[in-house]
Design a protein around this ligand. Structure first.
Ligand code: AMP
Length: 210
């Protein structure tokens, strides 16, 4: 499918999990700034060194770093694209417009209290970035990724203190994007509450409608 989509929604709303499924079904090229930044941190690159402090504090990494990263990744990409975690501010959305036309913005609508539980009990794969939840989406073998056998860990920004800071950042910087994309006529709001499969079905229906 050839659509160019951005996935919006607060931290823990299910963007990463749903992105994986959408990629499987529709073959989108996925670009997740969070995954790319964590990889840079792991590899100790200059970008990673600069980004780490912001990430551990639940703040946004400066635009010039993130926009450069996404621009580089989008170069030469053909067909459908799914952006997960970008843009995260009006400034980023405006910069993105200069080199990428967003055809659909899917906004996951979720209750914030539910999200605290989702995030603090989330576990991520060190190797393939797949995400699990200790209660709602547990791995078959504790501590091991179902998909690749990699080790599961808790992201350093999934602790309650940082999660609260990430929500504050979201409310202040990212939530206004919903209105921005509504005015452009590309916003599709999806109820993000309930079992993962049901939420996926809602998103996939919206995507199929185009
Ligand atoms: P995520 O995995 O999408 O929750 O992102 C984790 C962290 O990476 C965020 O809390 C930010 O510190 C940073 N980050 C990810 N995407 C962006 C972005 N588009 N702009 C700035 N910082 C970002």
């Amino acid at each position: 499918m050839d659509l160019r989509i951005v996935l919006l929604g607060p931290p823990g709303s299910g963007k990463g999990t749903q992105t994986e499924r959408l990629v499987e079904e529709f073959g989108f090229t996925k670009i997740s700034t969070g995954d790319l930044l964590r990889e840079a941190v792991r590899n100790g690159t200059p970008l990673g060194k600069e980004a780490k402090g912001y990430m551990d504090a639940g703040k946004l990494v400066p635009d010039d770093l993130v926009v450069g990263l996404i621009k580089e990744k989008l170069e030469g990409v053909k067909g459908g694209v799914l952006l997960d975690g970008f843009p995260r501010s009006l400034e980023q959305a405006k910069k993105l417009e200069e080199f990428f036309h967003v055809e659909m913005a899917v906004d996951l609508d979720v209750d914030q209290e539910v999200l605290i539980k989702r995030l603090t009990e989330r576990r991520s794969c060190r190797k393939c970035n797949a995400v699990f939840h200790l209660e709602f989406n547990p791995p078959k073998v504790p501590g091991i990724c179902d998909k690749c056998g990699g080790e599961l860990y808790q992201r350093s920004d999934d602790t309650e203190k940082v999660v609260r800071e990430r929500f504050a950042t979201y409310t202040e910087r990212t939530a206004p994007l919903t209105e921005y994309y509504r005015q452009k006529g590309v916003l599709r709001s999806v109820d993000g509450m309930g079992p993962i499969d049901e939420v996926y079905k809602r998103i996939a229906d919206v995507v199929r409608e185009g």
